[in-house]
Design a protein around this ligand. Structure first.
Ligand SMILES: Nc1ncnc2c1ncn2[C@@H]1O[C@H](COP(=O)(O)OP(=O)(O)OP(=O)(O)O)[C@@H](O)[C@H]1O
Ligand SMILES: [Mg+2]
Length: 224
């Protein structure tokens, strides 16, 4: 049973003068526990695909099913809840909030969870920071961290809500090779130890070869 199922996905961006078809009839499914790489040249629609899969954006046509649930019919509020509980995002430029400490950044997704007390939330944050080797940095601000540390904080934030899916858009794109390798080790560990399904956009063939499968895009279509 696929955990992600995209059928006939099209995305057309319209501005006053131009119409851009970013995704052109994409059919793609990902099994639970898979680690899939998405590759392709700049502008071919990879980030658009991730945003639509992660319910950050709606397709122009086609259906998104996640965890065997049709997401098209959900209201914006229901989409946010579903996303918050099931999906963790990791971006190339980390997207940490500069005015919040490491621990407050990581706690953010739990703000929207009912039924978790303040103590529960802090315990979860501490567990995740410990696992990622960031406990000694929890009072730091993002500006006081290295790029690799920032990305580990972003991954902590992505997993603190215990999602079943991680969507990562060039997660090592801003890191040197050593820090990039650390982040990749971490993603592989989350995949094998925790069984989290991962879809990762990357321009790095070596990284892609270490995942279960590579989906190649060109001009809004899957070519292999
Ligand atoms: N908000 C938008 N409005 C108009 N066009 C957009 C918008 N977002 C993306 N596009 C266009 O859609 C196409 C796909 O963009 P997308 O960001 O998905 O590419 P990408 O494969 O992630 O590229 P890169 O490797 O450079 O990150 C591009 O032609 C882009 O210009
Ligand atoms: Mg992109």
């Amino acid at each position: 049973m696929p955990i992600i199922e995209l059928s006939g996905i099209c995305k057309v961006y319209r501005t006053k003068e131009i119409e851009t078809t970013a995704l052109d009839n994409i059919n793609m499914s990902v099994e639970k526990g898979e680690f899939v790489s998405v590759m392709g040249p700049s502008g071919c629609g990879k980030s658009t695909l991730l945003n639509i899969t992660g319910l950050l954006d709606r397709p122009t046509a086609g259906t998104v099913r996640l965890l065997d649930r049709d997401c098209n019919g959900l209201s914006d509020t229901a989409l946010s809840h579903f996303r918050n509980e099931n999906i963790g995002f990791v971006f190339q430029s980390f997207h940490l909030i500069p005015s919040l400490s490491v621990e407050d950044n990581v706690e953010l997704p739990l703000d929207y969870r009912n039924g978790l007390s303040g103590a529960d939330r802090r315990r979860r944050v501490d567990e995740v920071l410990e696992r990622l080797g960031l406990s000694h940095r929890k009072k730091h601000m993002p500006s006081q961290l290295s790029g690799g540390q920032c990305q580990r904080v972003a991954i902590a934030r992505a997993i603190v809500g215990r999602p079943s899916i991680i969507l990562a858009d060039e997660p090592t794109g801003n890191l040197d090779s050593r820090m990039g390798a650390e982040v990749m080790d971490l993603l592989h560990d989350l995949n094998t130890t925790d069984g989290i399904t991962i879809v990762m956009v990357t321009h790095n063939e070596l990284q892609a070869k270490q995942t279960d499968r590579i989906v190649r895009f060109f001009d809004g279509r899957i070519i292999s």
